[in-house]
Design a protein around this ligand. Structure first.
Ligand code: NAD
Length: 497
């Protein structure tokens, strides 16, 4: 916890030293081309600094280094207990630098400083230490062989991992990949989003300080169509792990097929249904959760509860409770510790959100709260949390991922209808069900085509449970021991005795 005030954070922001260079083989370095791009803060439009704009030449350097380090065994062949100790030190350094990292995150992507400090940085550190702690407790297998045979089923690190991550939880999404990727002994090239590269760049130095050998963690900031594409097409990247949009996820599968058939693991978009039955145990709690499900992190959450499915008999009592609860979520200066909703990541994203709001109007949905850009005088990118009622699931605002604070309210009459609407989307990331009837809860949860289902809450889970999507929300899982599957190959060694 911190007692820092907004003016303390402002002062620290003035003094903050921002590193914008790439990190290859244990050192900060300019892009080979010397190209940079400007990193602007969505808080107020201020210029934070110049960031290296890496491309295929940098990808080539980083992959060569990562491969050589992997082959050297300096990290890949270290005893698991030793890697564990280093990963725990790495996590500890994130916590030690929590205020600096939180400030970088907030300035870079606009989320409230209290969230950066209390959610993002601890969540990122926990992903590193949890995976590290697990690595010397996982055993391989001995197959059920005939008497004169010994069958060993072992896991080996895949080698060089490219990790391409988005801007909504920049540090945490990176660490969901880095935790298991590094713990299992791989070398990693991390490509943060061009919209929020700063914390990824910063933690590369902390990794080396923790004892991760140079060349094991490399960070290449830059655009998707340049350095991201170069990594995805590179013939010496063994595995690509990705969090981002479904559109780019599909493109990465093509790049893999066009190159070395690298393994591709995808965490993509969502349009998650939050189903409130008339017998929900506590409508006030459900309303508060529905509000936070769309307003937390400015709605820039892959699991945002962006479709609120409400049983028609309670809609007229429930919707006013949600509108009331949403008043707690008012955009303000992200550096103010009391702010609950910050700025959208940039002008482009704000315009996308505003155009979806326009589409809601033109398709005939009824705006019941919000709907406007605000705080223009700050120079930042702020949009009011917004609710549309009377939405049909066929409307664009119900089908497409908005990635902003825009909630679509859809009425239903029966459980079967709710399930049909809930599943009527290309996505399958998450869903929630509110009911006091345990059978209805289980039956609905089973029927929902989603990687995570929450009952009488929204957004539960921790590092112990896998996270990922059905359908076009992706493949594979982050978090939990299941995440290790992405970063290891299974080997069968069959020995004649
Ligand atoms: P995005 O797909 O635009 O970008 C993600 C990353 O891919 C960025 O680093 C980007 O530079 C890179 N990229 C873009 N084009 C590329 C290309 N041609 N080749 C290689 N890399 C390329 O997504 P975004 O806007 O950064 O993030 C928002 C999306 O992320 C949303 O769809 C959201 O649902 C999703 N997301 C999913 C999860 C999850 O766990 N399922 C978590 C957070 C965010």
């Amino acid at each position: 916890m911190t007692t820092l005030t907004r003016s303390d954070w402002e002062q620290r922001a003035q003094q903050l030293k921002i590193e914008g260079r790439a990190f290859i083989n244990g050192e900060y370095t300019d892009a080979v081309s010397k190209e940079t791009f400007e990193c602007l803060s969505p808080v107020d439009g201020r210029l934070l600094g110049k960031v290296a704009s890496c491309d295929s030449a940098d990808a080539q350097r980083a992959v060569e280094n990562a491969r050589a380090t992997f082959e050297s065994g300096a990290w890949s062949r270290l005893a698991p207990a030793k890697r564990k100790a280093v990963m725990i030190r790495f996590a500890g350094l994130l916590k030690q630098h929590a205020e600096e990292l939180a400030l970088l995150e907030t300035l870079d992507m606009g989320k409230p400083i209290s969230d950066s400090l209390n959610i993002d940085v601890p969540g990122a550190a926990n992903a590193l230490s949890w995976s590290g702690e697990a690595i010397d407790k996982i055993y391989d297998e001995v197959a059920a062989t005939p008497h004169n045979q010994l069958g060993l089923v072992t896991r080996e690190a895949v080698g060089v991992v490219g990790a391409i991550v988005p801007w909504n939880f920049p540090l945490m999404m990176a660490c969901w990949k880095l935790g298991p990727a590094l713990s299992t002994g791989n070398s990693v090239i991390l490509k943060p989003s061009e919209k929020s590269p700063l914390t990824a760049i910063r933690i590369a130095a902390l990794a080396v300080e923790a004892g991760i050998p140079a060349g094991v963690l490399n960070v290449l900031p830059g655009y998707g169509h340049t350095v991201g594409k170069a990594l995805a097409l590179h013939n010496d990247v063994d595995t690509l792990v990705f969090t981002g949009s479904t559109k780019i996820a599909k493109q990465l599968l093509i790049y893999s097929g066009e190159s070395n058939m690298k393994r591709v693991w995808l965490e993509a978009g969502g349009k998650s249904p939050n189903i409130v039955f008339a017998d929900a145990p506590d409508l006030h709690a459900a309303a508060k959760a529905a509000a936070s499900a769309i307003a937390f992190n400015q709605g820039e959450v892959c699991t945002a509860g962006s479709r609120l499915l409400v049983e028609r008999s309670i809609k007229d009592t429930f919707l006013p409770l949600v509108i009331e609860a949403l008043k707690e979520w008012k955009p303000g200066n992200p550096l103010d510790p009391s702010t609950t909703v910050g700025a959208l990541v940039d002008t482009q994203q704000m315009n996308t959100v505003l155009s979806y709001i326009q589409s809601g109007h033109s398709e005939g949905a009824k705006l019941v709260t919000g709907g406007k850009q605000i705080l223009q005088e700050t120079g930042g990118t702020y949009v009011e949390p917004t609710i549309f009622d009377g939405v049909s699931n066929a409307m664009k605002i119900a089908q497409e991922e908005i990635f902003g604070p825009v909630l679509s309210v859809i009425a239903f009459d029966t459980a079967a209808e709710a399930i049909k609407i809930a599943n009527d989307t290309p996505y399958g990331l998450a869903a929630a069900v509110w009911t006091a009837d345990i059978s209805k809860a289980h039956l609905t949860a089973k029927a929902l085509r989603a990687g995570s289902v929450w009952v009488n809450q929204y957004d539960g889970g921790d590092m112990t449970a896998p996270f990922g999507g059905f359908k076009q929300s992706g493949n594979g899982r982050d978090k939990s021991l299941h995440a290790f599957d992405k970063y290891t190959e299974l080997k069968s060694t069959w020995i004649k005795l």
